[in-house]
Write a protein that binds this ligand. Structure first.
Ligand code: COA
Length: 260
């Protein structure tokens, strides 16, 4: 694994933890974080020993406090559009063939919330705060906030966040369905790893296809989605892991999935 300046990667068995590492800037996303985040994920994508990825922010105060506002100076529409090219950090997470969990340990704002939204699950500490505050800067969401957020929590709630820029606390985010679970800060890492370990024991191909199918639900109509689901379901029947899963059930033992 390469070393990076603005992100660190720690491997713990089948789990990798990618930490955005600019705590003195509350882990704001500058161009280097975007580039290194994508590069690190490309390495993790190819690493068959890694089955689940956790993304978090360094320090105790912030997950990610949004785009690095100091880089906005002098930007033009063209440079900003280029930043959101096809292979962004957001889209890389969305298309990552393994489950990605956002471990939200504090401020989760703007591009930080959009990063969490691109993940498959979001687990937050009680002190986490969520907002799309771009409106306060005279701009709007650019990393999926107006698209992924309403699909997850509904148009009315997403609209309020986009139009007011107000922060919501972890309890409200949980009530909205923005986060899956909330834990005291001291338990956040252990609880997130527990969830990651549980998922890491499942069959990798079935995980990948399940992620693809669930994500397709918000990109298609019901008939297309049901057809896609049955196609992906059928693919599972070509895997060794399906043989193993069924055999283990019938033999009353724990399955050992190999991702084949
Ligand atoms: N971009 C660049 N730098 C940021 C940043 C961002 N999005 N968010 C925080 N920082 C920097 C601050 O400038 C400060 O740097 P400095 O110590 O060199 O002055 C450092 O991180 C700590 O932030 P600070 O504002 O002092 O902390 P705070 O506890 O008083 O406030 C926030 C925390 C999150 C409320 C506040 O930092 C904030 O509003 N950040 C911007 C959030 C935002 O609008 N994000 C969307 C951008 S599109």
């Amino acid at each position: 694994m390469s070393t990076y300046e603005t992100v660190t990667v720690e491997k713990r068995g089948k789990i990798a933890i990618l930490t955005i590492n600019r705590p003195d800037k509350l882990n704001a996303l500058n161009k280097q974080v975007h580039g290194e985040g994508v590069a690190a994920m490309e390495e993790l994508r190819k690493d068959d020993s890694i089955r689940v990825l956790i993304i978090t922010g360094a320090g105790e105060k912030s997950f990610v406090a949004g785009a690095d506002i100091s880089e906005f100076e002098g930007q033009t529409p063209v440079t900003q559009r280029d930043l959101f090219h096809e292979k962004t950090f957001f889209n890389t997470i969305d298309a990552f063939p393994k489950p990605v969990i956002a471990m939200v340990n504090g401020f989760c704002l703007g591009g930080g919330n959009e990063l969490a939204l691109a993940c498959d699950l979001r687990i937050a500490s009680e002190n986490a705060r969520f907002a799309q505050p771009e409106i306060n800067l005279g701009i709007m969401c650019g990393g999926g906030g107006t698209q992924r957020l309403p699909r997850l929590i509904g148009e009315g709630r997403a609209m309020e966040m986009a139009l007011t820029g107000d922060m919501i606390d972890a309890e409200t985010a949980h009530k909205f369905g923005l986060v899956n679970h909330v834990y005291p800060a001291a338990e956040l890492e252990a609880k997130t790893i527990e969830m990651a370990e549980k998922i890491a024991e499942k069959a990798p191909i079935a995980l990948r296809l399940s992620k693809e199918a669930v994500k397709f639900a918000s990109r298609s109509n019901l008939d297309e989605g049901l057809r896609r689901e049955v196609d992906l379901f059928a693919i599972c029947f070509s895997t060794e892991d399906k043989q193993e899963g069924v055999a283990a059930f019938l033999e009353k033992r724990k399955p050992i999935f190999k991702g084949r």
